[in-house]
Design a protein around this ligand. Structure first.
Ligand code: SF4
Length: 149
């Protein structure tokens, strides 16, 4: 749920009875269910299932969503926040606040990561589990680069 927060959101929606309601009344739907994440590669297909009634799952999901939404949830000014992500922004050429950057980076939870190597370039608030997971994936050499093969 940390690496794919959409699954955490799905757990929260099920736990709050939002899905399956015939009355458009949040809380009227079924509060039991399962979230499935299918990971497909050219060679495999794996399904990771998360049972929402499991102990601690909903609490963990709410913590993840709260962490990810806290900064913008109370935002009433909507000021631009330029940064490394401006390099991939489709409106950067017209944006007066765009940051001048061309480095291929990824920003996860405020942690700036080199998209080519997985190196952490800055982590002013510390390294989060989600950012650490992304750096781990990027730092792994592709299977084709295995020197033992
Ligand atoms: S270029 Fe402007 S609109 Fe795009 S991400 Fe940067 S600050 Fe936001």
């Amino acid at each position: 749920m940390t690496l794919v927060p959409q699954t955490a959101l799905a757990v929260c929606l099920i736990a709050d009875g939002v899905l399956g309601s015939q009355t458009h009344d949040p809380g009227a739907g079924d509060t039991h269910g399962r979230v499935e994440l299918e990971i497909i590669t050219p060679a495999t297909s794996d399904v990771i299932a998360i049972d929402t009634p499991s102990a601690g799952i909903v609490t963990t999901a709410r913590r993840i969503i709260t962490h990810l939404s806290a900064a913008w949830h109370h935002d009433t000014e909507f000021r631009p926040v330029p940064g490394q992500w401006c390099a991939a922004c489709p409106v950067a050429r017209w944006c007066p606040d765009a940051a001048n950057t061309s480095a291929p980076t990824i920003v996860i939870d405020g942690v700036t990561i080199d998209a080519r190597t997985g190196e952490v370039l800055s982590a002013p608030g510390g390294l989060t589990a989600r950012a650490e997971a992304v750096t781990g994936v990027l730092a792994e050499p592709p299977a084709d680069d295995d020197p033992t093969v």
